[in-house]
Design a binder for this molecule. Sequence first.
Ligand SMILES: NC(=O)N[C@@H](CC(=O)O)C(=O)O
Ligand SMILES: [Zn+2]
Ligand SMILES: [Zn+2]
Length: 421
Amino acid sequence: MSSYLLRGVSVLGAAPTDLALVDGHISGTADSSAEVIDASGLVALPGLVDLHTHLREPGREDAETVETGSRAAALGGYTAVCAMANTSPVADTAGVVEQVWRLGREAGMVDVQPIGAVTVGLAGKQLAELGAMATSAAHVRIFSDDGFCVADPRLMRRALEYVKAFDGIIAQHAEEPRLTEGAQMHEGEVSTRLGLTGWPAVAEEAIIARDVLLAEHVGSRLHVCHVSTAGSVEVLRQAKARGVRVTAEVTPHHLLLTDELAASYNPVYKVNPPLRTASDVHALREALVEGVIDVVATDHAPHAVEDKECEWAYARPGMVGLETALPVVLSVLGERWDLIADRMSRTPARIAGLTGHGTDLSVGSPANLTLVDPSARRVVDPAELASRSRNTPYAGTTLPGRIVATFLRGVPTVLDGKAVK
Ligand SMILES: NC(=O)N[C@@H](CC(=O)O)C(=O)O
Ligand SMILES: [Zn+2]
Ligand SMILES: [Zn+2]
């Protein structure tokens, strides 16, 4: 097995030290055959973990595959991603989640942990075979109908009850569908000005309020996907204060961008939930720092050109995010490395139960880590993305930080800023 010596690396911003990676683990000493990497000026973080990635395989391999999405993830500093179930066919059986899991292993660039659907075909009518997915080789622990809300409260209750037996989680896309019919963007001043149908904040907040009460009643675990409003933060704050077993994520784009961008009518800014107001952005940033929102998750949502480069009303919602997540978070939080490691690696790994990830970079730990050059600046060029899709809202934007190398169990997946395979 290959071994590496990272010379002069700063672990989470601490004084420079040497880090040896031997046989897939962090070691006290390097052997003489170790390949030496000059890591001076670079910061080591535990490999990032994404709780919310759309890899599009099976079904929309023109937009992304497990392989291209894995490469994008590694280039973004990730060592594990959770793959959402809204594929075609939907990941609602043991067969499909095992297929995705196997494709992830074959690609071998990040650990791909499949998420299973809550309901058959994401149709919201009957529970999918949650138990069979949990006991399959893919070992599913998180279930989500993401893309759609589990709107029926009885079904949501039964799903929470079902997964409680094996400490599973229901990850909810919180959107009351009756309040968002025909919605095109955030409901507010800008939507009124543009004459576009609005997606009101209360459509998200009402579902989160209902679901934290259901989770409390059942004593089960709820995770809230892509929280986007200040009101949602308040509901979560109160639920956590009462001890409800709820966790929540925010996307990089909801931490940075606002609904004013819709005025361009450029569908690259169309996303679900929609970009909100500057005061929502402010509340989300505070909640992330406080821990009311537990993690940053990308909601990497690649779309083919024909689904994105069209009229706003016809464009699919979603943005790619794996390759820009850390730079965006750095621009929002600054170089608060321990906080970043917590919100992007430790806590998401704990929520997903990925025991080999999100561990401290100490002797004996699995060598899952990424090296960042915080002094580098990068102008985002969609043509350079490893993702098969180009729908980034950051084209031409200068972002701080460059991911120089990523290691998965001691093996480099990225070196010199380039994918190894
Ligand atoms: N976020 C999005 O706008 N789109 C996601 C679905 C989702 O996360 O709800 C997608 O699958 O494209
Ligand atoms: Zn969603
Ligand atoms: Zn999603």
